[in-house]
Design a binder for this molecule. Structure first.
Ligand code: HEM
Length: 395
């Protein structure tokens, strides 16, 4: 390690830091281009240009090991934990499963569920409702498992299952152990509901297993991929949807602008991802010696590339804390960047097109009705509870 590298003595993944993730990550980004976490022995890179350079250079920043990798973990990684050529092979399979042409066939179903749920929500106009618990979560937790072809039984475990995934991306602290408490039941449920024989013939789960029949991947890998889609696709989408509602509470003129021009919906969702990204960082390991602005990291350095801080880096974004649905968002890294960038992006977009499409028809205005409670995972971030009130549009 270069002598003189900036050192952060605090606990970037402790309770206080997670509660104040925005401020924590932004402060680390402003300290220096590379910051050494003394507690964790991990290098952190938070400035936009370096984050993008790292994410797009897998030969230097490998995914094969990550900052807190446990080689004995019962939870085997796949895809996100692979480099080419294996990553390329697996990605080809997942891209076929999540192909936009296949997903578009589900758009009408997303709209049906969104319209039904929002119609029920509208009767609660003026009351305090929760943007996550009452709006985005019930919707995503219905359409995602339906699309995969999962049984109905046990779907209440989806968040806990996702949290186990998020927790094991971070250090073994209080939140890690909390997520793994009672994980046996959740793990058994995930194993059962993602087994081929328990999934419908029409869902994406079965489509993944069919690709294994052709020999492109093994049946075991197919199951891991189905589980990865369930885990990566659930609370990311729930929390980003809730973040968008939080932004519309803070910037009501932006909801008015979207109602006046709903074609801006995709951009608005991307802006909420930039404004407050649900994933704080990507974990990588340096595969060779790297020098960034004079600081040298030897090969084998465990590294975190900060998506969220990069998305608010004032070197790249004008007035980064302003939520502006007309912003030019090319280059925002909330979906990641490079070969691991989000393979479920189109699915999340179609889901949110339908949900926000329904909300736009019925909701005149959102306003905050209390403080948010934050998602208590070390790497994930966003409102896990968000009390809001809304007015209904006269039909
Ligand atoms: C708003 C919602 C979402 C956000 C913000 C999001 C964000 C991300 C990010 C930042 C990455 C890159 C991680 C890295 O480089 O270390 C990623 C990868 C991934 N995402 Fe998403 N995601 C979302 C929704 C989804 C959905 C709906 C699915 C599945 C249907 C999904 C499946 C995946 C998978 C499998 C990967 C790993 C890709 C690879 O390693 O090649 N995501 N996502």
């Amino acid at each position: 390690m270069t002598k003189g590298i900036a050192v952060y003595d605090g606990d970037m993944f402790g309770r206080e830091a997670v509660l104040n993730a925005r401020a924590t990550d932004d402060a680390i980004r402003e300290m220096a281009p590379v910051v050494w976490l003394a507690r964790e022995n991990v290098a952190i890179i938070g400035r936009y240009a370096h984050v993008v350079a790292g994410l797009t250079d897998w030969r230097s920043f490998s995914s094969r090991s990550r900052p807190w990798d446990d080689p004995n973990s019962a939870r085997r990684g796949i895809l996100l934990t692979d480099d080419p050529p294996r990553h390329t092979e697996l990605r080809r399979v997942v891209s076929k499963v999540l192909a936009p042409s296949r997903l578009k066939e589900w758009a009408a179903e997303f709209t049906r569920v969104a319209d039904e749920q929002v119609a029920r929500l509208v009767s609660r106009a003026g009351d305090v409702v929760d943007a996550n618990v009452d709006i985005t979560r019930p919707y995503v937790h219905q359409v995602l498992p339906d699309l995969l072809g999962m049984p109905n039984e046990g779907r209440e475990h989806i968040s806990a299952f996702g949290n186990i995934g998020w927790a094991t991306l971070g250090p073994r602290n209080e939140m890690f152990h909390q997520a793994l408490r009672d994980s046996e039941t959740v793990a058994q449920w995930a194993d059962w509901c993602c087994a081929r024989e328990n999934m419908t013939k029409e869902g994406l789960g079965e489509a993944t297993y069919r690709l294994a029949d052709t020999g492109e991947i093994t049946q075991d890998e197919a199951k891991l991929l189905v589980r990865a889609i369930l885990s990566a696709g659930s609370d990311t989408t729930v929390v980003t949807g809730a973040t968008a509602i939080r932004a519309f509470c803070e910037f009501p003129d932006q909801w008015d602008a979207l109602r006046a021009n709903p074609t801006l919906l995709r951009n608005a969702f991307d802006e909420s991802l930039r404004w407050d990204s649900p994933s704080r960082m990507a974990g990588r390991i340096t595969a060779k010696e790297i020098t960034i602005e004079g600081d040298t990291l030897p090969a084998g350095t465990r590294t975190g590339l900060l998506f969220a801080a990069a998305n608010r880096d004032p070197r790249r974004w004008d007035e980064p804390d302003r939520f502006d649905i007309t912003r030019d968002l090319r280059g925002q890294v909330g979906w990641g960047c490079g070969l691991h960038s989000c393979v479920g992006k189109v699915m999340a977009q179609l889901e949110m097109d339908a949900l926000f499409g329904a909300l736009l028809k019925h909701i005149g205005r959102f306003e905050a009705a209390g403080e948010p409670e934050w998602w208590m995972t070390t790497i994930g971030h966003g409102p896990y509870k968000l009390p809001v009130r809304f007015t209904a549009v006269a039909q």
